[in-house]
Design a protein around this ligand. Sequence first.
Ligand code: SF4
Length: 273
Amino acid sequence: MKLSADFAFTQGSLGDYADCPRRFELRYLRRMRYPALEVRQALDYEARIRKGQRFHKLLQQHLLGVPADLLARSLADDDELRAWWEIALSKGLDGLPRERRAETTLESSLAGQRLLAKYDLLALEPGGEAVIIDWKTGARLPLRKALANRMQTVVYRYVLASAGAQIYGGPIPPERIRMDYVYVAAGGARLSFPYSAAQMEADETRLTDMVGAIDAAAEFPLTEDERRCRFCNYRSYCDRGEAGDFNDFDFDDAEEDEDALALDFDQIAEIEF
Ligand code: SF4
């Protein structure tokens, strides 16, 4: 099965392929929606997903100009959400360049394929820093090495470096780019990943190889690492056991999945090469 002409890669789809080629095939090529639960505690899961979405929406509204005190009044019913919000305001936005763009999508191209990135926040200073902020609501900090290797880190920095000229006022030197993950449920802990020309070249090779392999693939095997099936909604379709536990679920991944599915193609700032 081939990629459709209008297919666009994202960090979510590439991450799915890296985790399990079959999941990529089912989700993006066959576009199969499968109703299995991600975790056993479905109601808790739904409520937690909605809270994460509400948090991201609050930040977006604030960065679009809605006063913080007005938004804070809507949080009286949820102490946890209010705590995330206060930490984001007090620690997440400190010291960032003045020009800020919430929920911005950029498109690049790679090996003849489209590559999209949807950012929670871009903070730019033409000629100065270009900072990517990604809000995380998971309570556990991942290992720094794992986060550096994550498709989101790779794709977001690469797409900004290759397609960000339009919003920066000219090409962005990779050394001006930094990606910060801000963990609001972990006291506002920040994990920063600077960029460089050498890293961009390595990322381009990695991404080009992945895209080429997907485009040329004759089959998409099931992952051999069955731990990756625990929170996959194709689990029963693949006969790969029962749903995992809510307490072990990584909601940061769910936030990324939501982003990938919610890409609004009308918002894409397209750059010609
Ligand atoms: S259940 Fe496992 S094998 Fe099946 S698509 Fe999901 S990760 Fe892949």
